[in-house]
Design a protein around this ligand. Structure first.
Ligand code: SAM
Length: 185
């Protein structure tokens, strides 16, 4: 059976002020095991550049799209999957994470920037809170993915890229990845 896709839809990105936050949400999506990052409704070349640079250096197979209509995207997604909207008004993550993990179909995680329209509260199969206090979409996404993958995401391999970090107790150890050789096949 094909493994379910896990995509993140970033709603409400404001290019004048959210470049860094949205870039960090993309980095968290990639590093914490999502397969796709969708920047809804706007095109921001800076976020795309950061995505391309990260993949070229550190690898991974994150699908990236921007400028898509978020409402239509969410409605289309429901034909093959389900939606989790991260919001402080939702149900505690601990109450629903097991059901979400065991549910069939592709998972779309919606995160907002400023005010999120009612549409997402209604289209979502789960409105999930990471605590009922306001904080950040980056923190909410990181904790949600960590609970979803139960910590395994920290050890996922990211194929391709040029560099790999060798964990070290002090200082920085970074090595070049070996290019693929047909002799290894
Ligand atoms: N005031 C906005 C609203 O009413 O939707 C929230 C703005 S908040 C800075 C941006 C995003 O962070 C939210 O849309 C949500 O995705 C996420 N977020 C913030 N706190 C959260 C929490 N406690 N649980 C889950 N998600 C949260």
């Amino acid at each position: 059976m094909k493994p379910a896709k896990v995509y993140v839809l970033r709603y409400g990105h404001r290019p004048q002020r959210d470049k860094r936050v949205t870039t960090h949400a993309m980095l968290v999506a990639r590093a914490f095991g999502a397969n796709g990052f969708i920047l809804g409704d706007v095109v921001d070349e800076k976020v795309k550049e950061a995505f391309e640079k990260t993949i070229s250096i550190w690898g991974g197979r994150l699908h990236f799209e921007m400028g898509v209509d978020s409402f239509k995207y969410a409605l289309e997604w429901k034909k093959h999957g389900f939606i989790v909207h991260l919001t402080m008004y939702g149900l505690p993550v601990d109450n629903v994470i097991e059901e979400i993990r065991n549910r069939m179909g592709d998972l779309l995680i919606v995160i907002g920037a400023s005010k999120v329209p009612r549409f997402f509260y209604e289209v979502a199969d789960y409105n999930v809170a990471i605590g009922n206090q306001p904080h950040s979409e980056i923190a909410a996404l990181a904790i949600f993915l960590d609970r979803y993958y139960q910590g395994r995401e920290l050890y996922f391999e990211h194929e391709g890229g040029r560099l790999r970090i060798i964990p070290h107790e002090r200082g920085k150890r970074v090595v070049r990845k070996q290019p693929f050789s047909t002799l290894d096949a």
